[in-house]
Design a protein around this ligand. Structure first.
Ligand SMILES: [Zn+2]
Length: 74
C-alpha cells in the first residue's frame, strides 16, 4: 500500500518495497503531510511496483494503511 512521506523521510525498504514517489494533487501546497514522527512537511506518495504500474496506466487514487499519513485542515 502507498505510504506518504516527504523527501527527507523516505520509507524503509522493509517490510514493503517502494519503487518510486509521485506528487499528490496540489503539491507542494497539499493537505497531505509526511507520516514521520514530528515532521509536518508536504508528503510525496511512495508507491510499490504494482501501484507504479497502475499509476503508469492512469490511476491516480491510492490507499494507505493506518498511520501512513497525516492531513492538514484549513
Ligand atoms: Zn518528513
Amino acid at each position: 500500500m502507498a505510504l506518504m512521506r516527504c523527501a527527507s523521510h523516505p520509507p524503509e525498504a522493509m517490510p514493503r518495497s517502494y519503487v518510486t514517489a509521485v506528487q499528490p494533487l496540489g503539491f507542494p501546497d497539499t493537505a497531505l503531510l509526511c507520516s514521520a514522527n514530528g515532521c509536518e512537511r508536504a508528503a510525496l506518495i511512495w508507491l510499490e511496483e504494482a501501484e507504479k504500474n497502475s499509476y503508469d496506466s492512469g490511476n491516480r487514487i491510492f490507499s494507505a494503511p493506518a498511520g501512513a499519513m497525516k492531513v492538514r485542515a484549513v
